[in-house]
Design a protein around this ligand. Structure first.
Ligand code: OGA
Ligand code: MN
Length: 212
């Protein structure tokens, strides 16, 4: 297990503001969005890596559930995934991990969440694939505190579909377009959500911030 180090990370004022807004939103309504969490170059680097690994056949159909209870069910979810190494040697993945570490440090300092670890996978939704309404936290795994989805779709248009729909208690659902560089965080054990089908391949880095 990787334990988040506590050495000070210097953040720009702009980044601190983005993180502050995200934390306000997370504590107020259990979800938050940061646009442009990644630069175009970072998106590009991650997409190149994703495509290379996908072409090499490293992606697997995503399953539902955990361990031996896991089964593939395309009627529920149609994405293909590849887990990132915990201690990745891929430079662009290290850049991403660094940003996530900074986010975790901010969340721990302001919200006392006690986050200690994270896990991420690449996800590729082929055209028309979806993920039906669900909750992320497994019954057998209560360590996933915050779900984090970062989109890698440059030039995504509103008409391309593929929205993440978040179901809020006593409010209309929120639809979020998977625009490149956008980061969405939500409380893993509280908010049900779904992924709508898209007219293009839909790419993301999806993961969880965990208590251990
Ligand atoms: C998931 C998920 C949301 C998205 O992988 O569990 O809900 O927008 N992803 O990709
Ligand atoms: Mn989910």
């Amino acid at each position: 297990m990787r334990v988040i180090c506590w050495k000070t990370t210097w953040l720009s004022i702009q980044t601190m503001e983005l993180f502050d807004n995200l934390m306000d939103s997370l504590s107020g309504q259990s979800y938050g969005v940061i646009d442009s969490f990644l630069t175009s170059e970072e998106i590009n680097g991650l997409v190149i890596n994703l495509r290379k690994r996908h072409a090499a056949g490293s992606f697997k159909e995503a399953g539902i559930g955990q361990g031996s209870g896991q089964h593939i069910q395309v009627l529920v979810r149609g994405d293909q995934i590849l887990w990132l190494e915990e201690f990745s040697v891929v430079e662009i993945e290290q850049v991403y991990y660094k940003k996530i570490n900074a986010l975790i440090q901010s969340l721990n300092q302001s919200c006392y969440l006690g986050l200690k670890d994270f896990e991420f996978h690449y996800a590729l939704y082929p055209i028309g694939a979806f993920y039906k309404r669900h909750l992320d936290r497994f019954k057998t795994d209560s360590h996933r505190k915050i779900s984090v989805v970062c989109y890698l779709n440059e030039d995504w248009q509103a008409t391309d579909g593929g929205e993440l729909v978040i179901y809020l208690p006593n409010k209309p659902p929120v639809k979020i377009s998977p625009v490149g560089g956008r980061l969405v965080c939500f409380e893993a054990d509280i908010l049900e959500h779904e992924v709508l089908p898209a007219t293009h391949e839909r790419l993301s880095l999806t993961g969880w911030l965990k208590t251990y």
